[in-house]
Each structure stands twice: as C-alpha cells, then as structure tokens.
Design a protein around this ligand. Sequence first.
Ligand code: CS2
Length: 476
Amino acid sequence: MTRLSRATLDHLPVRVGRPGDAGAHVQIGIVHFGPGAFHRAHQAAYFDALLATDLRWGIAAVSLRTPELVEALAAQDGLYSLTILDSTVETRVIGAHRAWVGPGEGARVHALLADPAVRLVTSTVTEKGYCLRSDGTLDTAHRDIVHDAANPDDPHSLIGWIVAGLAARRAAGGEPFAVLCCDNMTGNGRKLRAAVIALAEIRDPALAAWIGETVVFPDSMVDSITPATDDAHLARAAEALGVADLAAVQREAFTQWVLEDVALPGDPDLASVGVIRTSDVAGYERAKLRILNGAHSTLAYVGLARGHVSVGDAMADAPLAAFVEAMIREDIVPSLGAIAGFDVQAYAGAVLDRFRNPEIRHLLSQIAGDGSQKLPYRILDTLAEARAAGRPITRLAVPVAAWIGFLRGRAERGEAIADPLADRLVAAVMAQPEGDAIVGEMLAIEAVFPASLANDADFRTSVAKAYRALLAGDLA
Ligand code: CS2
C-alpha cells in the first residue's frame, strides 16, 4: 500500500485535516527526545498548530532506542496521522517533525543540539528515562549515568545528552536552549534541572554553575489519554487516509499542557495554541498525577486482578468504579488543598467521564508497566501525606497491594514484567509463599518505598490487610 508522505498529502480524503505548517520553510527549533505515541499525539500537535503562524518551531525527533519509528517517520517525510476519539472520530495529519534521528546517529544529535536555531530541548522518555533515585535526585550509580560521566561526548542517557549539548553551547559562547520535561513527574522541570546540574558537576563545575545561572527548566503538566497504537488502529488510520501510516497515533479529544510561565528563548506563543502558562504548575501537576494517574494505576492493578482488559471494562465493573471514585473524592482530593481557579471535585468527575469514553480501548496492561517508577508520584506521595495528616489510608493501600499481587501473579506464571527494577521486584514477590508476608519483602525495596512509609506499622498493616482481601477476591 502507498505510504503517507508529502507527495501523497494532496490526495488524502478532504475530511482529513492537513498539517498546520506552510511547507518548505520550516526551521528546526526543537530537539525532542522520545518521540513515542504520547509526544506525537500531544506536544507535536501543539507545535503543528503553532507552525501555522510561526515557522521557527519544527521538531527534530530523536529516538535512540526505537529504529522502527525513525524508519517510519523517514519513509513518510515525518508525517503521521492523529486520530481524535470522541463522539465523532476525526483524523488529521501532523507535520511538525522535520528531522528524525535514530540509533547510531550521535553526530547528528550533537550537531542539532549545537545549532543556535534550536531553542528548546523537550523530552518524553517516561519516568525511568531520567535515571533518578526514589528521592528524585540523579542516580549516579545508574549504568547509563556511570557511562555518561566517563564518556561525556558519547552519552547514552537523556541527561548526558542535555549536558553535552549545553557544554557545546557554552564552549561556542552561545545562548543555551531551554529544557522542557513533558513526563508525568511532580516538579518535573526542577528534578531534571537538578539531575543535569549534578552530571555537569562531575564533568566541569564551571559548566554546572553556568547551567544553574542561564538555563531554564520549566515545570509542566501534560495530559491526554493516548492508547498505544495497535494493529486495529493502523488499519483504522489506513482506512481514513487511503494510504498506509506506520506512525499513526490516537488519543482522546481532551488535551492539556500546563507550562510554568518563565520566559523561553525565542518566545514561542504557546498560549495561542492552547498551552496554559501559569506560575502554579505544582497544583495542576499534583491534581493530575494523583487523581488521573493514581486512579489509572488503581484500575490497572485491581482491574487486571478482576479479569478486566481495558480501562473501559474496569469502569463498567460497578463496585470497582465506586471504589475508585470514593478513593479520589474522599482520600485524594483532601490531599490537594485549594488550587486557585481550579475546581478539583469537578475535575475528578471529568476524569471519571474520560475513563468511560466508549471510543477508547486503553489497555490496563499498558498502564500497569513501570509501577516502581509510577507509584511513588501517583499513590505513595498521597499515602505519606495522609499518614502525616492522620487521614485514613484503607483505600489508598489497595493499589499498592494490587501492584504487589500483579507482580506476584506475573512472576508465578513466568511472564515478563516491564519495569526497570523487574529483577528486584520478582525476587521480592517470590521470596515467600503466597500470602501477606510478601508485602514485607516488597516494602523493604528502598528504591520504591521511602523509609517513612516502609517503617510505618499502620501502613504495613493496611497494605497487608488489603493484600489478604484481594487474595480473597474482595476490594478492601
Ligand atoms: C497512564 C498515562 O500509561 C499510564 O501510566 O496512566 O499514560 C495516562 O494515560 C496519561 O498520563 C494521561 O495524560
């Protein structure tokens, strides 16, 4: 089948939306690391819209681990379709990507990062891609960071690439780029900043000081439910387009990007394309991570245990949906405090509606991956604060117990666990016969559970109780 490309763009059905840019004169202003489905469906769509009025913001997509994606973008001149799954389903072509760089092309990454026209370096490499310890600081014992400290000109990690790029800017006497983290972590910009400065410090303390003084790392909150592209979606995209599109993505209509309101080099008018600029990102970030992502992880682990496959299925399980709603409204919302101009209970209701979107089939197994990286931001922070404030944690202990049960089930069946700590997790859940003694083994993993929780008898008892209940087929 013919592929989507600049040459086939003019022949697409009229109902398919066209890229925002005016074609040939787009400059590359952004280097993006990790152009997976979420980036292509979210950030790239904002910049695609911005290109309609400002041609400086084309994206160079850097995927140092996924050659297939780079091949697909190359074969399609960087074009791909975004399908919006709402009461009406709409497809449009995104044209923001103007360069694509794959494994083994480090020299091109160096050249892009050194180019003064590149004003932003952005990332969606998932939580584990930042090589942080559970306290949010750079893990200097991480294999990639050890490598990058010894080989600063041939980095493996995102952090190493940012340091290398900033070192080149400084050496050339140029302006630095801004660094925008677009992953689901609290204080994502601040954490990335501290990690970059920590690695730069090993290389050259003067470079670290220069980064601290001149480079901005705004915090951001990103949100749009983006189910992974599967064969069914590739077929749907091909049908809508009349040509094949191997980089197609799909998402819900709702999309939000809240970005800390600090001046960015080149001053892109992001507000004109719907990005919310505010000085209070932290409030939005906490609300989104704790409500949406916390509920997602709960639905994933409890839902899989109850035999469900997708978020929609899990939400159709009335006791489970009621449990999650009560957890959000009674346990999570009280942890958030007031956020100016933001109705948290209304937000919670809207999130639950989004989970029920009948057009979306979002697999629980997709959400269940990388629990060791996700649960600290999604559930454990809420739990620790609830304990400190003396609020109940009976419900909040359930997703932790369900995660442990999920790991045990997978390990017993010899199934792979997608998690950078998989070996340690499997060792912990298999250290004891099935029963709540496993909980103690898991809570001893310091890379996941802070000592304040691991040593808290009430927390331990609550998780063990929830684990027993789940084994018995009950929710709590
Ligand atoms: C999900 C998120 O996969 C997951 O862990 O919870 O990707 C979620 O869909 C997004 O954060 C929504 O913005």
